[in-house]
Design a protein around this ligand. Sequence first.
Ligand code: GDP
Length: 199
Amino acid sequence: MNSKPLLAVLGRSNTGKSSLCRLLAPQAWKSIKVGKNPGSTKGLIEVDNDDYTIVDLPGFGYMMHVSRKFQGETQDKIISFIERRHQHIFLAIEVINIEMFRIAFDKYKESSVPFDKELFEFLLEHEVPLIVLANKIDKLRKQEAETEFTYLKTALDLDQHPGYPPENVMRFSAKTGLGFDVLKERIANYLENFPRQKQ
Ligand code: GDP
């Protein structure tokens, strides 16, 4: 079993998880496929990045050409990974496609399907430090980007999680690199303070 601290990258399919992993570990980029179709990251990929290991988890939620059974198995895989390894995760990064967040959130609000918000809450329940990236922000015009970013923060009910640092929900673009320097600094800080003290 790998003993390095883990950086877990999670989120729905096609949000930019693999693209983020490539930014974080360019030397290992060849082992990470960036797909055109949602659901192309099917397995759990571990990439060594000097002081820590990046774990690119399979995308959950809607996937094209993928059966409901497979989607259920993918969710089980993610949940069991967090339950088994949460004490080794120094930081989780939940990647959200900000262009699509509102549509998916409104559509699935009433259902019990574990989507973005449930994942956010699940990680916090397991006391995993968490950064949420509002990725693909380059695809929106400035005003729209701010509206959608505010919508995301409201949807996550940050008021219900007073211990959660609101600045950990970040505007991001894996394409243009917006937010990447700040993200790298935060990753370094969480790594330095790991293992974290119990409250
Ligand atoms: P994953 O399924 O979550 O691993 O997503 P990928 O990293 O495979 O990205 C899915 C698609 O979105 C690819 O075509 C990427 O090039 C594109 N993509 C990822 N991040 C960004 C971003 O910040 N901006 C834009 N415009 N495209 C992005």
